[in-house]
Design a protein around this ligand. Structure first.
Ligand code: HEM
Length: 413
């Protein structure tokens, strides 16, 4: 008689464990977060696929945590709920300043910040507009296509290729590496962790060659050259340089891409708001903020407590991990009225937390805003409306919050 294999104990689903990927795949995360905000904005989840963690789900305590970066570290446990496992095959810690504390964070952030100043944005804006126009003009009217692939991925990838002076024909490699690097569901599977590591090494080797080609040469206006010639570069070793490049690829890729997809999906979901915007293009800048708030392309960032402390009456112990759910804070009704709706002229759309807050607030925010504004401006010039033809395929993960496919067609209004 065949012996039965031992059955792994089945854990009951905790309805308030908001790290479950199916909540995002099926777009049903809103209700558990509503309950958390109402009843337990600082809530401990004892059992999850990522181990025990605290869920911080409303606006105010997230600001509190982000304002105390020494007490709530980005370095001690990294920036996502997935833990780095020491000596685990597939787990090599890439040093990136998003996962560093002061003072190291300060010095390394300084190497890339000059690429995102307002004057750099002005310098880049013509190029962004040209690329955006080319992509929009290549689309067939009244014919179904996938907005994610044809517009969101293509535009963000082109922007990153320009930012890095990356070989143009190979730019989709940036998308490929970014998708691997940002997928925290992979952390649950040893084989996939190893495969991810392989791709990260490929990415590292590729950038090493780009670096070699620029070192010792005159400065050029791209991020790699800017980093090589920066004073703060002296504080960075080779691994840190590569880690930070990967950070910029991932940071600038999924996030902006998913905002561009949300422009199409979200405005179609609220046609009265879309009509308001179409009638008044001066609302574009506010709409960009509002769509970023509504989408929140990164659902959370993680912090790790460095000492015992108290947060909203809850006892946090040194070493505890906290998920800061920007996705939920941006739907906090005490800050944003009718928060689940896109309202293109919402007065306080800018207060969203999608870029985080405090010393780690997104360094690329201006670039992301510029790209999305230009997209909306160029759509308005063409009187282009995006009609969604069916439900999107969504990313099944609690970190990157976005879309894999979005069937649409475009028409003129
Ligand atoms: C940091 C979101 C676009 C590069 C962050 C953080 C968030 C975020 C939530 C962490 C903040 C914190 O811990 O407090 C977004 C969103 C974007 C976007 C929603 C688009 C809509 C970009 C772009 C780039 C970029 C275009 C660069 C090309 C970075 C970097 C950091 C960062 C380097 C680390 C900053 C630090 O630790 O000091 N971003 N980001 N991001 N982002 Fe973005």
């Amino acid at each position: 008689m065949a012996t039965l294999a031992p059955v792994a104990p089945v854990r009951a689903v905790d309805p308030l464990d908001v790290s479950r990927p199916e909540l995002y795949r099926d777009d049903v995360w809103q209700a558990p977060f509503r309950e958390l905000r109402a009843t337990a904005p600082v809530h401990r989840v004892e059992h999850s696929d990522f181990g025990p963690y605290w869920s911080i789900s409303s606006y105010k305590p997230i600001i509190t945590v982000e304002s105390l970066p020494d007490l709530y570290s980005s370095q001690a446990g990294g920036i996502t709920l997935a833990d780095f496992i020491e000596n685990n095959p597939g787990d090599v810690r890439m040093p990136m300043f998003i996962a560093m504390d002061r003072p190291k964070h300060t010095g390394q952030r300084r190497t890339v910040a000059p690429a995102f100043t307002p004057s750099e944005m002005v310098r880049m804006s013509d190029n962004i507009r040209t690329r955006t126009s080319e992509i929009l003009d290549s689309l067939d009217w009244n014919t179904p296509f996938d907005w994610v692939d044809k517009v969101s991925v293509e535009l963000t990838t082109q922007m990153l290729a320009i930012l890095f002076d990356f070989p143009w024909e190979e730019r989709r490699k940036l998308t490929f590496w970014s998708d691997w690097a940002g997928d925290i569901e992979l952390a649950k599977n040893d084989e996939l962790r190893l495969e991810r590591l392989k791709h990260m090494y490929e990415c590292g080797a590729y950038f090493q060659n780009l670096w070699n080609a620029k070192v010792g040469k005159d400065p050029t206006p791209d991020l790699i050259s800017m980093m090589i010639h920066s004073d703060a570069m002296a504080e960075m070793d080779q691994m840190e340089f590569l880690g930070n490049l990967i950070l910029l690829i991932v940071g600038g890729n999924d996030t902006t891409r998913n905002t561009m997809s949300a422009v199409a999906y979200g405005l179609d979901l609220f046609p009265d708001q879309r009509a308001k915007l179409e009638a008044n293009p001066s609302l574009i800048h506010n709409t960009v903020q509002e769509v970023i708030r509504w989408q929140t392309p990164l659902a959370h960032m993680r912090r790790t407590a460095t000492a015992d402390t108290e947060l909203e009456g809850q006892q946090i112990k040194a070493g505890d991990k906290l998920a800061l759910w920007y996705l939920s804070a941006n739907r906090d009704e005490s800050v944003f009225e009718n928060a689940d709706q896109i309202i293109v002229d919402r007065a306080n759309a800018r207060r969203h937390l999608a870029f985080g807050h405090g010393i780690h607030r997104c360094v690329g925010a201006r670039l992301a805003e510029l790209q999305v504004s230009v997209l909306l401006e160029e759509m308005a010039k063409r009187r282009m409306r995006v009609n969604v033809l069916g439900e999107p395929e969504r990313v099944a993960a609690c970190f990157v919050h976005g879309y894999r496919k979005l069937p649409v067609e475009i028409s003129r209004y």
